[in-house]
Design a protein around this ligand. Sequence first.
Ligand code: C2E
Ligand code: MG
Ligand code: MG
Length: 573
Amino acid sequence: MKPFTLPPLGLRAGLLLAVLTAVLAPALLWLLAALLPSEALGNASASWRAAVLLMVVVQGVAAAMLVLHLLSRRLEEPLARLVEQMHALAALRAESTRPPPDPVPELAPLACALDALRRRMRQLQGELQAGKARLRKATMYDAVTGLPNRALLQELFGHEAAAARRQARSLALLRIGLDRLHTVSDTLGHHVGEELVTGMAHRLAATLRDSDFICRGADDEFLVLLAGPVGWDRVASAAERLLRCVEEPLQLPRSSQVLGASASVGIAMYPGDGGDFEGLARAASLALQRSRTLGRGLYSFYQPGLDQALRERIDAERELAHALEHDEFTLHYQPMVDAGSGRIVGCEALLRWQHPRRGLLAPAEFIDTARQCRLMADIDAWVLEAACGEFAHWLGHGLAPGRMALNLSVQQARNPALSEALRDSLERHCLVPAMLELEITEDAFLDDPEGMPRALARWRTLGLGLTVDDFGVGYSSLSQLRRLRPQRLKIDCSLVRGLPHDAEDCALAQAMLAMAAALGIEVLAEGVETRAQEQWLLAQGCRLQQGHLHGAPMPAAAFAARLGASAREDAPA
Ligand code: C2E
Ligand code: MG
Ligand code: MG
């Protein structure tokens, strides 16, 4: 729209002169006509009258123009202001416009409407600002903890990195991974997991300096950017402080629980370990994974070469997932015998992977990877189902397999859903619980001294047997055994290997047998390979044995044949 403008000054002066002339000229003529005698005018009177009439018309027009001019002068200033306001509104400057002048009555409704428009626009601008602030919070802050998110840290990193480059100094990016957050969420509920993360977020933030930044990087991960001058010692002591603060028990206000936690930290230095945020975050992630594989509560600095190790692990994980999907796992069964009579009293189901290229693989080659990538629970579920199915099949064919032992990973043992899965499998395959026993390694009890007794209580109510596996290589104490009261202990292969020549191994085995007898716990010796080992153990009263001497782990069909053969031997002639 074209803005309203006043006519130029020359035009206005000309207009005024014309009006004055128009008003004064007829007045002079009238005066002349009145003063001169009428005969002096003579024939000219008619032309005078015509001229005067013309003058009067001209004067009328001039007067009208004058009125119009005065009127336009009156409206000119307020109209210009209103137009100015409209332009300001169009340019979204609701605040910056001058207030309207005292409105002339003709323009009052327009001024009023404009004012309402300006107020509405100011209100909409306020709402827009608030919306923008909310949007920024949603896109830049984590909804659960209230901490900045990765995107905001990345933005901050840009500024910090530029400053660090100018001043030729380093920055450190720390990746903090909370251990077992998924287990907490799975067992105690998602809301408890969120409370734990929030509590830890506040605690970590309080541990840092004002110049440092922390954000939530992922579900169970925080990222910390140490700005300011950072040397290795400052980074290491910050990592140590962060790790220790996580380990303090945390009181969760809403769920009224006190939880202990632990974390691992991976550290990457800018610019050495990565020239941009993504590269640095990746290096810190590799370092974090290294910390996790070394144990809990540790920090590691990034080292070149970790990339290759990680790539290999990712490939292995992919292969494992593929193996589960394509039924490449199988179970082998190893007999457990009463060495006194030679009879099979049960078997242990042992996992194997029929790898398409590498052949038959034992658990040592893949179980650690499966544990680390959280596929272990799925594999355990597969083992439970396959073993129960096989056992029911043998029973259906009139065989007497005794009882079957299953190995459980620590994660699976702690999972409360396991009881339900066990009950379900037993029911579906029409098995009684006493036919199954679960083997948990000695270390699992040390690993989770609070959770394991609860898990055991759940299995006991189901009527399942419990065996402590690999006994003698960990640090189980007598008091722990008294508390757990397993049905059976398995003396580890490594101890049996020294029998009967190694005096120390013999003394240890004897002590274990005496201790178990005092607590009423049965003992089975694993890894029995020689007649001498068998006889020494028998002499100590250890009849339950398992090992290559009595039979190596074998496919299901071979074990069924062995059961059939021993049933025929036992049958009266
Ligand atoms: P484990 O439960 O202690 O199993 C006994 C291991 O000793 C088996 O190794 C078995 O093949 C081996 N063994 C048996 N007799 C002898 C012998 O006379 N001499 C020697 N040197 N070794 C003998 P395997 O099958 O390689 O299993 C290794 C470990 O993997 C098992 O130790 C168990 O902790 C774990 N594992 C096996 N199957 C499963 C499974 O289905 N689930 C889980 N979570 N872990 C499993
Ligand atoms: Mg075992
Ligand atoms: Mg064992």
